[in-house]
Design a protein. Structure first.
Lengths: 283, 634
């Protein structure tokens, strides 16, 4: 395992993630015919949050979010050190569970329903992510990220269906339309900011940074599909991100039934067919 | 020494049961049960010292009196059951009892007259692990039931105002009889003995489910009896067929014979295992069994009964590996896991969630057994251990909570962390143990996933969907416990020490086996797997290190509460209106009226309806079962 890249993730992912968030706002603004904020605006926002007072409804609600932050960093660090992909996904799920529990703990109706939707979103995306891991294992013979990136050919060639399923659930992880049900960064808010309604100040800043870590980590999984060549991989990751923004700006939020149903069906059909294809190839 | 210990484990609980039933005096129960439980737990721990290995160590245990006594007991029990069934006009049960008796006695005095087992008892590491679960978890539940049943009869009378007849001597007696029979199941090599103990567990569960003696309890007890007797019948047919074709009635011989020769007995006895472990299409008996007092559910779900079912199928794993029969059994388990997990989403009754989650997890174990590869069996044994401890804990918690709240609806558990803080903490540990990394069940699920991907990746798809559903229903339950809807006060009084000690012990065990599961697997599971397959399974040392780091990180979470309320300012929640009152549970709406806020979980009845999913599951699995017997017969 390469501890070095794990540590690099811990140190630099927030910067990268923050820039991704800034790019997101910039590009989205351009897509909408606006100029948009400076690239570093997310950093200014978070910096300001740190100076604000932290208001809570329940006196332990921020503790859950602090653990969400820690676990998020931890799961990404295992991933970037080349650890076991399944273990990474489980740790990532654990982080998500703490995030949802924070919303429950806050005990306001808006954060409560946001937390419900957050768990629903987790249930929606998990099959696609786990199936992608299974597909990568079938091709490369290992769940270890370090082994998967050593595979000489681009995985996308053999895993198009699973990639489609993975791309389909990406808006959930980036909290973007059409699947930004639990909380969202858009002006067209629903649920008064959903799960993060009752979080402010330092805690909200921490949640924001955790999401930056999450961006880098999730794009990292996307990178695996193109990892045979570093530059090609990085380029394609950018393309994925770009496409995600287009989807975000071109779609409206859907109901949870549509999210759960479509995410599951796409994973089942595209992922399932892909897995059958792999089994057939192996004989 | 080994022989003496096994005899002791089977006979001692039996003796305790007799003493309790004969004493019949309420004030003396603790005096008998507590010391007896201490002895039983101590004796179970001695099992570790048996230096059991992967290979079975056979014990002749030839006592002339055993078989006549067993036969006499079987005769008396059959007559008693037949009497009850006829009185109840349950023709299916009556017929099953009659057919089974004719077959059993016909075999004993007819063709099987000279049937003889070289060794009646045996043990290996798998038996020892099972024995530890029965001895420790089962006995802890017995201790719990002393305080619980006292409480139950104190405010006797259920919701309908129907007084529950106080029949505690029989209740405690049956618990210990149950433990005795379970030890018998784990250590019998003579299949007729195994069958005898198997049927005793059926009868015990029947008597316990109908404990309250109201209509629904009696009805559900007969329902459970029907399916388990059907399984028993298949078991008996399996033994008789085995004896007629292979001239043996021994488990070790059955497992060492060439697969092709013993397919039908394997199929028939596995069928019995599926009924006992409440797999679809038989699951409804276990769901119905929750009408019984909670310790009964705890016992049936964690350490006895259903575990006997998965035990026997998992025993056959190596023989099932790579066979069509194994594949069909695996499919039954897989479908049960998927359907059970989905149904949990729409359930609000805590005991029902636990029941369906048990069914689902047993499905996973059956899946492992059907796959039968070394990875799968390794994961299956681990699942049995983790599930027994966590599920025992969960049932005991829910039972105690129900007594305090007067309800076991999850929607009524809001603010449990304030109302019943210690119980809520234990419940949280139990729930975390069921689905969260790095706790027990998740470790096993991880192992199952790896096993199944190597076996057939298409199976993995269903596993993944089921496990996404488990995530959803456990988190929303956890969320409800920590969510605080109204101002609450602490009402955690009047829970007896007889309840606290087992719950505390099981909480400790849940955490302990998570922390120590790697060495546990090396000592208790690996040698068994190596003896069967020649090599064992590992999740990888690096991964183990990461799991340990994660567990210790989670261990720090309670420490974070030292910072409770520090550096934050409390304000009322946002309710989209002006908050009314100090605590902010009410608000003034735009029309000037005062409204209270409510928070309710998603249950998605339309999508995960119990009735519809059950129908679908039954339909699919019935086809599988027919295929299973047909394959065995080919």
């Amino acid at each position: 395992m390469s501890w070095f890249s794990g540590i690099a993730y811990i140190l630099f992912a927030p910067f990268l993630g923050g820039i991704i968030a800034g790019l997101d706002r910039k590009i989205s603004a351009r897509l909408q015919g606006r100029i948009g904020p400076p690239l570093f605006q997310p950093f200014y926002d978070v910096g300001k949050l740190f100076q604000k007072e932290t208001l809570v409804v329940r006196q332990s609600q921020h503790l859950y979010m602090e653990f969400f932050f820690v676990l998020m960093v931890f799961s990404g660090a295992i991933f970037f050190s080349g650890g076991d992909l399944l273990l990474v996904i489980f740790a990532f799920t654990m982080a998500g569970v703490f995030f949802a529990l924070g919303g429950y703990k806050a005990s306001s109706p808006y954060s409560f329903i946001g937390a419900q939707r957050e768990v629903l979103q987790m249930m929606s995306y998990e099959p696609a992510v786990l199936l992608a891991a299974v597909g990568m294992y079938m091709v490369t013979g290992s769940f270890q990220v370090a082994k998967i990136i050593e595979y000489p050919h681009p995985l996308i060639a053999q895993l198009p269906g699973l990639f489609l399923a993975f791309f389909f659930i990406l808006p959930i992880k980036f909290r973007k339309s059409p699947f930004d049900l639990a909380t969202s960064h858009h002006a067209h808010q629903e649920l008064v900011k959903g799960i993060t309604t009752e979080f402010s100040g330092r805690t909200l800043a921490l949640i924001e940074i955790a999401h930056w870590y999450e961006y880098v980590f999730v794009l990292g999984i996307g990178y695996l599909f193109f990892a045979s060549n570093v530059w090609f991989g990085l380029l394609m990751t950018l393309v994925i991100f770009e496409l995600l923004l287009v989807v975000d700006n071109a779609t409206a939020r859907v109901r949870w039934q549509a999210m759960l149903g479509s995410a599951w069906v796409v994973a089942l059909v595209a992922g399932g067919l892909n897995i059958i294809y792999l089994m057939w190839m192996k004989g | 020494m080994a022989s003496a210990l096994l005899n002791f484990l089977i006979l001692f609980p039996l003796a305790v049961a007799l003493v309790i039933v004969l004493v019949r005096k309420g004030s003396l129960f603790p005096l008998v049960i507590y010391p007896a439980s201490a002895v039983l737990i101590g004796a179970s721990c001695l099992l570790v010292g048996l230096s059991a290995g992967g290979k079975p160590i056979l014990i002749p245990a030839h006592f002339g009196w055993v078989e006549p006594v067993m036969l006499a007991v079987e005769g008396v029990v059959s007559a008693y059951l037949l009497f009850l069934a006829l009185k109840q006009r349950d023709w299916a049960v009556s017929a099953l009892v009659v057919i089974q008796s004719i077959l059993l006695f016909g075999f004993h005095f007819g063709t099987g007259h000279s049937a003889h087992a070289g060794a009646n008892l045996f043990f290996d590491l798998f038996s020892v692990v099972m024995g530890l679960i029965v001895g420790i978890v089962g006995t802890l539940i017995a201790v719990f039931s002393v305080g619980y049943m006292r409480d139950l009869h104190k405010h006797s009378g259920d919701h309908a105002g129907h007084a529950i007849p106080d029949n505690r001597p029989v209740f405690f007696g049956i618990i210990f009889l149950f433990l005795s029979a379970m030890f018998g199941v784990c250590f019998s090599n003579n299949l007729l003995w195994l069958f005898f103990f198997w049927e005793i567990t059926t009868v015990c569960s029947f008597l316990m489910i109908r404990y309250k003696m109201d209509d629904i309890s009696v009805k559900n007890a007969f329902w459970a009896l029907r399916w388990n007797l059907l399984g028993g019948l298949a078991f008996l047919l399996g033994i008789i067929y085995l004896y007629h074709t292979q001239h043996t009635i021994e488990l070790d011989k059955l497992l060492s014979l060439p697969k092709a020769l013993v397919m039908l007995p394997l199929a028939l006895i596995s069928f019995a295992g599926l009924t006992k472990s409440a797999q679809l299409p038989f699951s409804s008996w276990l769901v119905g069994a929750m009408v019984a007092p909670t310790p009964v559910s705890a016992l049936l779900h964690s350490s006895t009964m259903v575990k006997a079912g998965v035990y026997i199928v998992l025993r056959f794993a190596a023989s099932l590996e790579g066979t069509l029969l194994g594949m069909v059994i695996a499919l039954v388990g897989l479908v049960t896991f998927l359907i059970g997990s989905f149904i949990c989403i729409s359930q609000n009754d805590a005991k029902k969630v636990l029941a369906y989650s048990t069914i689902a997890n047993l499905g996973l174990i059956i899946l492992c057994a059907g796959i039968g590869t070394y990875e799968a069996v390794w994961a299956g044994i681990l699942l049995i251990v983790f599930h027994a401890v966590s599920k025992g804990l969960l049932f005991l918690c829910v039972g105690s909570i129900e007594h305090k709240l007067g309800s076991r609806q999850i929607e009524d558990m809001s603010g449990l962390v304030i109302r019943l803080p210690r119980l809520a903490f234990m419940l949280e540990i139990g729930i975390a143990g069921m689905f969260l990394a790095p706790f027990g069940m998740l470790i096993s699920k991880w192992a199952v996933l790896r096993a199944i991907v190597d076996y057939n990746p298409l199976f993995a798809i269903f596993l993944i969907y089921g496990s996404a559903a488990t995530l959803f229903f456990w988190v929303k339950w956890l969320g409800k416990i920590i969510n605080v809807e109204k101002p609450y006060t602490n009402i955690e009084t009047g829970i007896s020490r007889s309840q606290w000690i087992p719950m505390g012990a099981l909480t400790g065990l849940t955490l302990l086996i998570c922390a120590l599961f790697a060495p546990f697997a090396v000592v208790f599971i690996d040698p068994y797997i190596v003896a069967l397959y020649g090599h064992s399974m590992s999740l990888g040392a690096g991964n183990m290190a990461i799991m340990t780091i994660m567990l210790s990180m989670i261990g720090f979470f309670p420490l974070a509460f030292l910072n409770y309320g520090r550096g934050v300012k409390v304000s009322p929640p946002y309710l989209a209106g002006a908050n009314v009152g100090e605590l902010g549970q009410q608000f003034r709406d735009s029309m000037g009226g005062v409204k209270a806020m409510h928070m309710k979980n998603f249950y998605m009845e339309n999508y995960f309806s119990e009735a519809r999913l059950m129908r679908l599951g039954v339909l699919v699995t019935v086809v599988f079962l027919i295929a299973m017997i047909a394959i065995g017969g080919m």
